[in-house]
Design a protein around this ligand. Structure first.
Ligand code: PLP
Length: 371
């Protein structure tokens, strides 16, 4: 699905040197590389504060903690997402309220968000799924009307731009109260281990987020709140500094592969290629097809696997159908768009190193099976 080795080999000299420098510096935690990466990411994103942390799940959890939400408060999020989004909400004893997604863009549906709001609602967590932005203008308008926080789960869309109706643009993750991302190796900006970051333009919140990520410590050995231990280590920061310089090129390479896929499937009536939202650029964390009713998805996966082509199902089971998240409020059929997507989506290899020969091999195989 990804080719991290080839990507590494293209910047191997720089990365090896940077990692060795960290090893020699012995500043393994909170070394200068972390601070430098923080500043460079702030400047890339055009956001006031970046708070590095240990992974994307922690980023979401620390964000929820910093907002001072109380057990029982309701947090609205998409029913079609990776489990981490709902997991941190539930872990903090907040109540995840799921809403269905748009059938074309797979992003949280603002009309359904409106309907899910109750007096207990405190926050909305849009997930910029597969690499493009949720409808942030609509979501921010709802949040303002109801005095809600917005935490953007930007683990899959770093580098994407939201395009406002007046043509203005902002980077994904810098629009809501707080933005969260992950540097897991297969993410669009991946390190060589775990990593994550939190973004905000709010000075007060930035202080709280930093404090919570560091054991709730305000001054050394003075703890003002209960926090967690969540750090980005210096080696990962050094690697991320180098890869950040290529992020826009990585996005371009992914778009080039996506364009090839789009064209190759354009005349296949049983395949719907990813819709491009008009209010967002796309950074193609995933390239996800929607198969027509009647196409045997498992057989397609096996057919591709026999040719050495991986394909994945993101996501096979909707959150409300997961054992850990069963809830008397929800039953099968409550999120028809999500349930339909879970049955019919399939994601093809998508990364920065796909060449035309590979793309032709993959698309020929898919078109041979799905006819
Ligand atoms: C990857 C991911 C996360 C979690 O990030 P980790 O770094 O793996 O903890 C959260 N939300 C979404 C949508 C993701 O894709």
């Amino acid at each position: 699905m990804v080719d991290l080795l080839t990507q590494y080999e293209k910047v191997q000299g720089e990365i090896d040197t940077a990692v060795l420098n960290v090893l020699r510096s012995s500043a393994y935690i909170n070394g200068p590389e972390v601070k430098e990466f923080q500043k460079e990411l702030e400047s890339y994103l055009g956001v006031k504060h970046v708070i590095p942390c240990a992974n994307g799940t922690d980023a979401l959890q620390i964000a929820m903690m910093a907002l001072g939400l109380q057990p029982g408060d309701e947090v609205i999020t998409a029913s079609f997402t990776y489990v981490a989004t709902a997991e941190v909400i539930a872990l903090l004893r907040l109540t995840p309220v799921l809403v269905d997604v748009d059938p074309n863009t797979f992003q949280i549906d603002p009309e359904k968000v409106k309907k899910a709001i109750t007096p207990k609602t405190k926050a909305i967590v849009p997930v910029h799924l597969f690499g493009q932005c949720s409808d942030m203008e609509a979501i921010m308008k709802i949040a303002k009307e109801h005095n809600l926080f917005v935490v953007e789960d930007n683990a899959q869309a770093i580098g994407a731009e939201y395009i406002y109706s007046d043509g203005n643009r902002k980077k994904a993750g810098t629009i809501g109260t707080i933005g969260c991302t992950s540097f897991f190796p297969s993410k669009n900006l991946g390190c060589f281990g775990d990593g994550g970051a939190i973004f905000t333009n709010d000075d007060d919140l930035a202080g709280k987020l930093r404090m919570i990520a560091n054991h709730g410590q305000s001054v050394q050995y003075v703890h003002d709140s209960i926090g967690v231990n969540s750090r980005l280590d210096s080696i990962q920061a050094a690697i991320l500094r180098i890869k950040l310089r290529s992020l826009d090129n990585y996005c371009k390479a992914r778009n080039k592969a996506a364009d090839y896929y789009d064209k190759a499937f354009s005349s296949n009536s049983k395949i719907t290629t990813p819709a491009r939202a008009k209010n967002s650029t796309h950074v193609f964390h995933q390239y996800t097809l929607l198969l027509a009713d009647g196409v045997d998805r498992n057989a397609l996966r096996e057919f591709l696997a026999a040719k050495g082509i991986p394909a994945m199902i993101y996501y096979p089971i909707a959150l409300h159908m997961q054992k850990a998240y069963t809830d008397p409020r929800y039953k099968e059929g409550d999120f028809p768009v999500t349930e339909n997507l879970c049955k019919r989506v399939i994601s093809l290899p998508m990364h920065t190193e796909l060449d035309e020969e590979q793309l032709k091999f993959i698309t020929d195989a898919v078109n041979e099976f799905v006819r």
